[in-house]
Design a protein. Structure first.
Length: 212
């Protein structure tokens, strides 16, 4: 498997065969020493399966009145009452350091191992302009490339305040069920929106499209 349309996984149960095949494909791309077992974060209204070695976090939403116990283990969860509601994909970001070199700036998540990341979107922008219904994301894509492919976002935020203390800029195409958070030095600070066109992505979030 070289790529998969991750949007097709939404609505699946944690133990579904499609999801198992997807995770197996990711596992084949990382070091055998890296664990494929997720860290489970369980709450009454959401359960997170965090695959740090894969650069992946899966959000499962309870259905049918099910309320998972806080801190529940994998064995405690009732798979038949959980469906995949959101997918977060992580990317390492290169940041400048004082000596002019670069360093990796990322969370505890490794970089997602499969590229391109294929995501289906609406075949036209919110203004009605035709566009490709498939978005192929590489690890090196920056802000202006997302806008060129998708058009202007429905929502955006972040980037304000001192560079050292602000969050990175983010944009969301609500109608496409896609949010992109950016990283690196160009994504933070008072001029972040001027420089953000060249900021690399840090997190891709995929969810069900919503009508505004």
């Amino acid at each position: 498997m070289t790529s998969v349309n991750v949007r097709e996984l939404l609505g699946r149960y944690p133990s579904s065969q499609d999801l198992a095949a997807y995770l197996s494909a990711l596992s084949s791309r990382v070091s055998s020493s890296q664990s494929a077992t997720p860290e489970i974060k369980s709450y009454a209204d959401a359960v997170y399966f965090n695959y740090y070695a894969f650069g992946l976090s899966l959000l499962f939403a309870p259905i049918n009145g099910y309320k998972p116990r806080s801190g529940a283990s994998r064995q405690d969860l009732q798979d038949a009452h959980l469906i995949l509601d959101g997918i977060d994909i992580y990317n390492s970001v290169l940041a400048k350091v004082p000596d002019g070199k670069t360093e990796s700036r990322s969370s505890t998540y490794s970089t997602y191992p499969i590229t391109p990341i294929t995501i289906t979107v609406s075949p036209e922008t919110k203004e009605g302009t035709p566009r490709s219904s498939t978005l192929n994301i590489t690890h090196s894509m920056v802000g202006k490339e997302f806008v060129a492919a998708l058009g202007e976002p429905d929502r955006k935020g972040g980037g304000s305040g001192p560079s050292s203390g602000s969050i990175g800029i983010w944009v969301e195409w609500t109608r496409d069920g896609l949010m992109v958070e950016f990283g690196g030095d160009d994504s933070r600070g008072p001029q972040a929106w001027e420089r953000g066109k060249d900021a690399p992505w840090r997190v891709i979030s995929v969810f069900s499209p919503k009508n505004e």
